[in-house]
Design a protein around this ligand. Structure first.
Ligand code: ADP
Ligand code: MG
Length: 693
């Protein structure tokens, strides 16, 4: 154990573990870890959520019911403790110059009896319970010594908590650290700060925790947000810059895809044609392609990717398509191999269910250029997969992959063109910022003849009616999906709920084929079940969200979503997009017993709209971008203070600042930019390694 805590406290640095801070024992250390706080730096960067206004000292005669007040009080009687049945009631009465009385009560905190002495004056903060004439009551006030006024007065920080940690505790330990004057590294030079009106970082951290006024909060927050967004955009610009390889060798000469267009059973939509032209422009230029294709569910992104792959092969290169799940990879394979084989292109697939032997053979043929197009899950980025001359990489549903994975696949070719497809519809302005390392194409049109999916929202009292409806659809030859949400990322629980549902449906639909699909199954099993469903051997498919992305079974016309309120709207839209793929009318039944206004409002948006962009916009407004992007999945950073939606003014500033610095000192070699470079690598090093040296 550390019996020389004093010494250690003197030596506290940014990377010191918080367990060496006074007041942090092993138990609190674990709780702090839960909040993501391990080091002193983490603690300093644990910024308050909001602030309580404690700027004014209120005299007792001015108290108003329900108001939070900071006030001086002199005890007019000793503290009394009453031992009631369940709890101990501690109380006293205080007064101030106004002569009014405040009756103060606490529960179970018996130590207060020794803390407060009759005739002495203290500083209190609490919420006024009741006021009647010259008497007021307050429960559970915080107690401070009069000398502490200077520290207490101001805006009191309110932090996000976890069970076992209180506001006062965080306040205390952060105060402890602030008293030590541990300096955070200043990233920006004085000149830079003057140019963009930024506060010095240590002034900002101090004032973000313990501000005296809301003006100070703004100055402090602005400084911190600026740094977060600046480093993020700088990282993106470096990625983009590294991708901007000019003089690439694989400039395509033959841009004629009429042969391919002849064999597909429909005409491209105008939106698809437009995007194909943009891709052709990239492929025939001497700049490496890095394009994001964004299109609503069902807009036909696969076909656009297929044309790009066709052109790659036609010009002598290999192409790869990476999908987020085995099921989806299989589906792409089935659809695309049909077209490609007619054009004498060799297509293969590698997934986690490919045997070692099969895989070895495929890799051998890949090296010998006997395979033109390789489709697969992330297993195609494994190190032992080597291409002969990979020219084009397509990733489907990019929001499922991190930036890193995308880069790893690209690194398998010499200079590789990249196409990324996503159905996550985000506002264009934001997309440009988020995917700043990519060019953006949007397919803003659905193939003709698509009917909107009719959507309704019901609670459990409609169960029988829903069953009757499903029965009718199945009797007409149609198929049904029933989806169960993920619960708290707890796989056991998920399995329970989906299996329970399966039993219920089997019971109800004894005369039909009901099957179950979930993430815990082996890939082979999953594939077999999906295949049965595709071949219409299964009437009802009960599943977890494994069917979320991309699956296409045109004969399925009904999507029932259980506990629909647990899903994000973007996810619901994706799920709903699994039906309405054929010519028959399609339906989506959103089940929810949640009565909260927000939940109702969100589901109502789904009922009213089939437009992914509109839904995404509303979802963003209701939930904020953190949730919306599924940030952890996408490899996007989580900001501590910045909000990509609301901090647009700072975003514009930082975008300009990044441009300026890139123009002047692209590789950040100047002395004045050294700290920026270090901070950039500390935060985004993993993504940037090998890029900026
Ligand atoms: P998503 O953009 O969601 O990935 P898909 O590429 O899976 O959409 O396309 C959805 C369905 O629409 C597929 O069955 C595909 O064959 C079909 N499709 C694609 N383009 C067209 C088109 N121009 N006209 C008619 N059907 C199309
Ligand atoms: Mg798709």
């Amino acid at each position: 154990m550390y019996n020389c805590v004093g010494d250690i406290m003197e030596n506290i640095k940014l990377d010191t573990s918080v367990q060496y801070i006074k007041g942090v024992g092993p138990k609190m250390y674990e709780l702090l870890n839960k909040l993501g706080i391990y080091t002193v730096k983490d603690l300093i960067e644990y910024y308050p959520r909001v602030y309580e206004d404690r700027t004014k000292v209120t005299s007792i005669d001015e108290f108003v019911k329900d108001q939070n007040v900071l006030f001086f009080g002199t005890l007019v009687k000793p503290v009394s403790v009453v031992y009631a049945k369940r709890k101990k009631i501690i109380s006293t009465v205080v007064t101030d110059e106004s002569g009014s009385l405040a009756f103060l009560t606490w529960y179970n905190q018996v130590y207060i009896k020794d803390r407060l002495k009759e005739g002495e004056t203290y500083l209190f903060y609490g919420k006024v319970g009741s006021v009647s004439g010259t008497r007021a009551t307050l429960d559970s006030c915080s107690i401070y010594d009069v000398e502490q006024l200077d520290k207490i007065q101001g805006l009191y920080p309110i932090y996000s908590l976890t069970a076992g940690i209180t506001q006062n505790y965080l306040f205390k330990i952060i105060n402890e650290i602030m008293d030590k004057d541990i300096l955070v590294r200043e990233v920006f030079s004085e000149e830079f700060r003057r140019k963009y009106s930024l506060a010095e970082i240590n002034y900002a951290t101090r004032n973000v925790h313990f501000p005296k006024s809301f003006d100070m909060v703004n100055v402090a927050r602005n400084r911190i947000i600026f740094e977060e967004l600046f480093l993020f955009q700088l990282a993106l610009m470096h990625m983009k810059d590294s991708n901007l390889v000019t003089n690439k060798t694989n400039v395509y000469k033959d841009m004629d895809c009429s042969e391919f267009l002849k064999i597909i059973p429909f005409e491209l939509t105008n939106a698809q044609k437009k995007v194909v032209e943009q891709i052709k422009g990239d492929l025939s230029s001497n700049i490496v392609m890095n394009r994001l294709v964004q299109g609503d569910v069902g807009s036909g992104k696969t076909m656009v990717a297929a044309i790009a792959m066709y052109l790659a092969v036609k010009n002598g290169y290999q192409a790869a398509l990476m999908a987020p799940t085995t099921i989806l990879a299989n589906q792409h394979y089935l659809e695309l191999s049909g077209y490609f084989e007619k054009l004498n292109m060799n297509v293969e697939i590698i997934t986690s269910s490919t045997t070692k032997k099969q895989k070895e053979k495929i890799i051998e043929r890949l090296k010998n250029k006997e395979i033109d197009v390789l489709i697969g899950t992330h297993s195609i980025i494994e190190d032992n997969v080597e291409f002969n001359n990979l020219g084009l990489v397509v990733t489907d549903e990019q929001h499922r992959f991190g930036v890193k994975q995308r880069m790893k696949l690209s690194s398998k070719g010499n200079i590789v063109d990249t196409l990324v497809m996503t159905a996550t519809p985000i506002p264009r302005s934001l997309a440009i910022i988020l995917y700043g390392d990519l060019d953006l194409s949007i397919i803003d049109e659905l193939p003709p003849g698509r009917k909107p999916v009719e959507t309704c929202v019901v609670n459990d009292s409609y169960n029988q009616r829903v069953y009757n409806f499903l029965r009718k659809q199945i009797t007409e030859g149609r198929q049904v999906y029933v989806v169960c949400p993920l619960v708290e990322e707890n796989e056991e629980l998920d399995l329970n709920s989906v299996e329970k549902l399966y039993e219920e449906y089997k019971q109800e639909f004894k005369d039909f084929n009901v099957e179950i699909l979930h993430g815990k199954m082996k890939n082979k099993e999953k594939d077999a079940i999906m295949q049965n469903f595709k071949e219409n051997k299964t009437n009802i498919l009960i599943s977890t969200t494994v069917i979320e992305v991309g699956i296409s079974v045109p004969n399925a016309t009904v999507m029932v979503i259980e506990n629909a309120d647990r899903f994000g709207l973007a996810a619901l839209h994706q799920l709903r997009g699994r039906v309405g793929r054929g010519s028959a009318a399609s339906y989506c039944v959103l089940k929810s017993n949640n009565k909260s206004p927000i939940a109702r409002e969100r589901l109502d948006i789904m009922r009213k709209s089939n437009d992914g962009f509109l839904i995404a916009k509303k979802d963003l407004e209701l939930r904020g971008p953190g949730d919306f992007f599924g940030i952890r999945q996408s490899g996007m950073p989580e900001f501590k203070l910045a909000n990509l939606l609301t901090d647009t003014r700072v975003l514009e500033q930082t975008q300009q600042a990044v441009k300026d610095i890139m123009a002047q000192d692209k590789h950040l070699e100047m002395e004045e930019n050294r700290n920026i470079k270090e901070a950039l690598f500390e935060k985004y090093g993993e993504q940037l390694r090998n890029i900026v040296s």
